[in-house]
Design a binder for this molecule. Structure first.
Ligand SMILES: [Ca+2]
Ligand SMILES: [Ca+2]
Ligand SMILES: [Ca+2]
Length: 506
């Protein structure tokens, strides 16, 4: 077979266009790892870095399918001048292993395994960089102390934005934007005396974790917002830490959790909105001056014989005989939490739109009735064999539950007598030891005497009671809202009680 010959002119045209293409559309060529050697030299010398004494300035982008820049000299500054150090998913963007007093600034560091690594490094500064889209951690500190990570934009890293581990102490993480990472900031494994302050920590899996004996750290003045899990979690013997002055808003799970032997921490003057505090087997913590949805976060430990006043959330640890009444405990992580608490009364509250309405750990012998439980993800959660009273007997009744699906055709203590009574005919079950025997069909009103629930105790409320005067539970004329004292009879004391609240608004 005779080969077809390609005419020379076509070959020439083809080659010309290929050469033109090669010049016009340059593929991203890996420059490979650039070293700043211990003697101060740049290796390879063709790398786009200009040296002026101990000051190294990038003059172009660096791409590498291994590490980006490895710094082997102490006491130098690497100024990215806005250029990019880019990887291909493996290696470290800028490696400061074993370094001291090195500054990395103004650099975009992206798509490595880790963005910046400090291992056994001290006194270094990582500031004003854009550290993004790395496969593992944005800035990783291991066994490193007295370093500063500040003013960086640390986003979209798969695992952590900033990770301090293996006894990384006395470091400062401040003024960074730490967003859209797998997790925000982790301090683990005996990382002590670090400061995490003035950061914006948003839309991460969790905000800040302090775990495994990480002590004496400070988390302060941060904006911790819209993280998918917890805003701040202290766990596993993380003690003597301070969480203060943070804005903690709209995180999907807890605002602050003190979990598993995290003790003697202070949680002070934080502003929670749409979330709050939880405590799990942790004691001796100081919780003061915090607010939840604009109202005080009430935390009592080892307290007894007290009434909770105004509150947006109530946490009781090792308490006895506390009264939690007439409160609106809504739109937070948990409305009321009881840990090893007994003999406490939770009554006449609105408990709505929380993750947990009421959360009881090792807490028995408490009375929870005449509350409105509305649209909490978990209305009531009990743990550790807690056994409590969820109603006030018959006819006084239990709570209103927005997810109760029973009907009301009968009356009587056994709900087997003819005539409805405003109480569900079947119990509302929580678990084997916890059951509301007399769930209320209608929401209770926190304003006593406001029969028609218009937020005011007026003459129409008194007329309404008078209209049903003399009727008994089970009779068609009986109206539970008019039975102000819940005794199954609409009588003169109901009118008197309502009259005492005449003119009140709520
Ligand atoms: Ca009934
Ligand atoms: Ca009214
Ligand atoms: Ca009555």
């Amino acid at each position: 077979m005779k080969r077809k010959r390609v005419p020379a002119i076509i070959l020439t045209l083809l080659l010309t266009s290929m050469v033109t293409l090669a010049f016009n559309i340059q593929p991203v060529r890996a420059t490979g790892t650039v070293y700043i050697r211990a003697d101060g030299s740049i290796d390879p010398p063709t790398a786009p870095i200009q040296r002026n004494g101990d000051y190294y300035t990038l003059t172009g982008n660096i791409t590498s399918d291994g590490d980006g820049i490895t710094v082997q000299k102490n006491d130098v500054t690497v100024d990215g001048a806005g250029y990019t150090v880019q990887g291909t998913g493996s290696g470290t963007g800028i490696d400061l292993t074993g370094r001291s007093n090195v500054t990395i600034k103004n650099t975009e560091i992206k798509t490595f395994y880790d963005g910046v690594v400090l291992d056994s490094s001290s006194g270094n500064s990582v500031s004003g960089n854009n550290i993004t889209a790395n496969n593992y951690v944005g800035v990783y500190l291991s066994s490193s102390s007295s370093n500063s990570v500040s003013g960086n934009n640390i986003t979209a890293n798969d695992e952590n934005g900033v990770f301090l581990s293996y006894s990384s102490d006395n470091n400062s993480v401040s003024g960074n934007n730490i967003a859209n990472n797998g997790y925000g900031v982790w301090l683990l494994s005996s990382s002590d005396n670090n400061s995490v302050s003035g950061n914006n920590i948003a839309n991460n899996g969790d905000g800040v974790w302090l775990g495994y004996s990480s002590d004496n750290n400070s988390v302060s003045g941060n904006n911790i917002t819209a993280n998918n899990g917890d805003a701040v979690l202290l766990y596993s013997s993380s003690d003597n830490n301070s969480v203060s002055g943070n804005n903690i808003t709209a995180n999907n799970n807890w605002g602050v959790v003190l979990w598993i032997s995290s003790s003697n921490n202070s949680v002070v003057e934080n502003v929670f909105a749409g979330c709050g505090l939880s405590v799990w087997d942790s004691f001796g913590n100081s919780v003061e001056g915090n607010s939840v949805n604009g109202k005080p976060l009430v935390y009592l430990e080892d307290a007894s014989d007290r009434t909770v006043g105004n509150a947006g959330q109530v946490i009781l640890v090792n308490c006895n005989n506390i009264r939690v009444e007439n409160l609106n405990l809504s739109n937070t992580s948990v409305g009321v939490e009881l840990w090893n608490t007994t003999n406490t009364k939770i009554a006449n509250n609105n408990i709505a739109n929380n993750f947990y309405g009421v959360y009881l750990f090792d807490s028995s012998g408490n009375s929870i009735f005449h509350n409105n439980f509305a649209n909490n993800t978990v209305q009531a959660y009990t743990y550790g064999g807690s056994a409590n009273m969820w109603d006030d007997g018959y006819p006084s009744g239990g709570n209103h539950w927005s997810d109760y699906s029973g009907t009301d055709h009968y009356s009587g203590a056994y709900q087997n007598e003819t005539g409805s009574d405003g109480i569900g005919d079947t119990p509302y079950g929580i678990d084997l030891s916890n059951e509301d025997h007399y769930p209320l069909m209608d929401q209770i009103t926190l304003l006593v005497g406001d029969v028609n629930k218009d937020g005011y105790v007026g003459i129409d409320d008194l007329f309404e009671i008078a209209l049903h005067f003399g009727s008994e539970i089970g009779q068609p004329s009986y109206s539970r809202p008019c039975d102000i004292n819940y005794d199954g009879y609409i009588g003169i004391d109901d009118i008197f009680t309502a009259a005492q609240h005449f003119g009140q608004e709520g």
